[in-house]
Write a protein that binds this ligand. Structure first.
Ligand SMILES: Nc1ncnc2c1ncn2[C@@H]1O[C@H](COP(=O)(O)OP(=O)(O)OP(=O)(O)O)[C@@H](O)[C@H]1O
Ligand SMILES: [Mg+2]
Length: 269
């Protein structure tokens, strides 16, 4: 019995330390600061994300979650701190820089073009072309074919040639996820993807997050919804006033504890 207890303890410690300082982090942020005038949106924020890890990022309104996402995604440079991707320091000046490095963002509205087809959205900014004499034309047929393949891989019934305007939230998510598959993204940042959709669609999104993880993509899920975070995340990070106040394996926490950390009722050690 004492032996079994020791084993269990060691296992627990390993899980904890692996989560807190991943041996081979995909993305590592240290001492990130960002001010907007007098507002200190991020203040000495540290975060490490392992390959294919799903991390829940929680915190009250104004805690700095979206700002952190935007720093990682190249929307703006941090005022302080360092970002390393696969061990090498990076500085993104534009979202395209982050995207080229394998970091994709899904915003609250998924930033999908309503009037375009699913395939056109999947290829937005990465269109395929064909030559027609001296002309360079969009190769719709090739894009439709590749998009249809991606939807099949995602086990989604989304049709490549349908216009996004008529699509459900789950189908839109499939379009957004197909984009990340096409780009071979290493990390997907999701800023409240389940905030405004139906229960059935939430289940679809959570399922798609698991599929991203299983295909080797890391996901940061920003959410105010405790059940979503506890359903798909391996780790939860809580932010408060621009700082990280907790970072633990989801199995070592509880919705009650996380709620306390978010509101400040529980002060992390
Ligand atoms: N572009 C900006 N200009 C000025 N202040 C900003 C800007 N973006 C964010 N802030 C401020 O920075 C702080 C952090 O905001 P942020 O949007 O990161 O919070 P959040 O955790 O995403 O909140 P929510 O849960 O409401 O989405 C807030 O005080 C906010 O008002
Ligand atoms: Mg936000």
């Amino acid at each position: 019995m004492p032996h079994a207890m020791r084993t269990e303890l060691a296992g627990g410690q390993n899980a904890e330390s692996a989560a807190l300082s991943h041996p081979n982090p995909l993305l590592e942020l240290s001492g990130i600061g960002k001010s907007f005038g007098a507002v200190r949106a991020l203040d000495g924020m540290d975060l490490a994300i392992g390959p294919a890890e799903v991390v829940g990022l929680m915190g009250d309104n104004g805690a700095g979650k979206s700002t952190l996402t935007k720093v990682i995604a190249g929307n703006f440079r941090p005022s302080q701190g360092e970002i390393r991707l696969e061990g090498a320091p990076v500085a993104f000046d534009r979202p395209a820089d982050a995207r080229n490095a394998g970091i994709e963002v899904m915003y609250q509205d998924l930033a999908i073009a309503e009037n375009l087809t699913a395939a056109a959205n999947v290829f937005l900014g990465r269109e395929l072309h064909r030559r027609f004499g001296p002309l360079r034309l969009l190769d719709h047929r090739a894009m439709n074919r590749r998009a249809a393949e991606l939807f099949r891989e995602l086990k989604s019934e989304t049709r490549a040639e349908d216009t996004v305007r008529e699509m459900s939230g789950g189908q839109r998510q499939a379009v957004a996820i197909a984009r990340t598959r096409l780009a071979k993204s290493k990390l997907v940042l999701m800023d409240e993807p389940t905030a405004a959709i139906s229960v059935r669609q939430v289940a679809e999104v959570l399922d798609l997050i698991r599929r991203l993880r299983d295909s080797g993509t890391a996901v940061v899920l920003i959410s105010h919804r405790m059940p979503d975070v506890f359903a798909v995340c391996g780790r939860v990070v809580v932010m408060r006033r621009g700082r990280k106040v907790a970072d633990k394996p989801i199995a070592a926490s509880s919705p009650e504890e996380v709620t306390g950390l978010i509101t400040g009722a529980i002060v992390a050690a």
